[in-house]
Design a binder for this molecule. Sequence first.
Ligand code: PLP
Length: 421
Amino acid sequence: MDHFLYRDGELYAEDVAVAEIAAEVGTPFYCYSTATLTRHFRLFDEALGDMPHLVCYAMKAASNQAILRTLAGLGAGMDVVSGGEYARAKAAGVPGDKIVFSGVGKTREEMRLALEGGIRQFNVESEPEMEALSEVATSLGVTAPITVRVNPDVDAKTHAKIATGKSENKFGIPISRARAVYAHAAALPGIEVIGIDVHIGSQLTELQPFRDAYRKVAELTETLRADGHEITRLDLGGGLGIPYTRSNEAPPLPTDYGAMIREELGHLGCEIEIEPGRLVAGNAGILVCRVIYVKSGEGREFLILDGAMNDLIRPAMYDAHHDIVPVLEPEPGADQRPFDIVGPVCESGDTFAKARMMPPLSEGELVAFRSAGAYGAVMSSEYNTRPLVPEVLVHGHQFAVIRPRPTFDEMINRDTIPEWL
Ligand SMILES: *Cc1c(COP(=O)(O)O)cnc(C)c1O
C-alpha cells in the first residue's frame, strides 16, 4: 500500500498534487511520501512484536538526510555499508549504538571512524577483516562488538545480481566453517563476539529461502553456544521484496515474515535485528518525468522522456519493471497502445520499457514511475552531464525539496583545472 493515488482525475502524493510539485521543481524528480515510509517501517517494527529487536533500515536503498531523519524519529536503527553512509546516519541524528556496519570490504579508516563515533556492531565477512578490525580496535584501546556474516548456501530465487546467499557469492563465510571462524574471533584481543549475521539477497518474493537460512542460523546458534560463545544477537539481514507490478503475485507481508522469525528463532532468547531497505523505501517513492516527444519509428512508437537511465538505472541494470502511469488519470476504458519508453541518453540501454501499453500521451504530459523509492535516487549519476535528479519529500499537505537540482555551473565547477592548463 502506498500514498500515491488518483484524486479528482490526477495523481496525488498524499495531499499534494504531483503536477503542482512538477510546476515548482521542474522534471525529472523523485518524490517520497512520509506516510508510506512511516507505515512500512512500523509494519516491520510491529511484526517483531515483543521479541527484543531493532529494525535497522538498510540506508543504501534511499539515504537522503530527510528520509533518515524521518525513520530515525520512529526509532529506526541503520544498516550502513560505507564510511560515507556511517557519516550520513550520524548527521541525521542516529546514535552510534543504533548503527550496524555491513559490507565485505570495510577499510581500516572506516573501522576507525565507526569505533570512534560509536557503533552497535560490525557484521564481519571474513577472517582477514576480523584481524584488521581487532588491530584497529586494539590500537584505539577498545573492543569491537561483532557478528560474523555466515553464508548459508540457500538459493534466494531472485535476480543474480542481488542474490548473496549462495556459496559462489562473495558474501560472508561458509556456514560449514563457522565454528573455526568463531574460535579464531574469540582468540582476537580487539574483538567481542556477540552474535550471528545473515543476509541472503534482495527482492525475495517467497518466505521459504529466509526460513531455510534462519533454520541454519538457529542450529548454528546452539552449536556455537555449546562451544562456549555467547550468542545474544541475531542479525537477519533484509531482502523482503515488494510488488513492482500490480498484477503479479504479492510478496509475503512483513507480518508473516515476523511470525516466521518467531517460529524459527524465538526460542533462542536472542535480540533480533532486521535490515529492510527496499520494502521500507521502494513503494514510498515515485520518479516523475515529462514527455519530451512522441516519436514514430518503424513499426513502433517511442515515448521520449526527460528522465533517463542516469536517473533510474534499475531497468538497464536489473531488467527491472516499473509501472509507469500518467499523472493525469486516463479516462476509464481509454484506448491503449504499445510504446517503447526511453530517455535521452545516448545508449540503447536507456530504455525503461518496451511495447508498454499506455493510454495516449502527448508532449509535455507528466508520467510517474511507481515503486522507484529504493535503489533509485541513490544509484543516480550525472552521466551525459545531466544534473543529478532532485528529491522531494511530501508530508500531508506539505512538500519540500530535500535535494535540489544542481545548476550547470555547480556541476562544472566541481572539476578543477591543473596549473599547466
Ligand atoms: C542491501 C542489503 C540490505 C537491504 O536489502 P533490501 O533488499 O533492500 O531489503 C540489508 N542488509 C545488507 C547486508 C545488504 O547488503
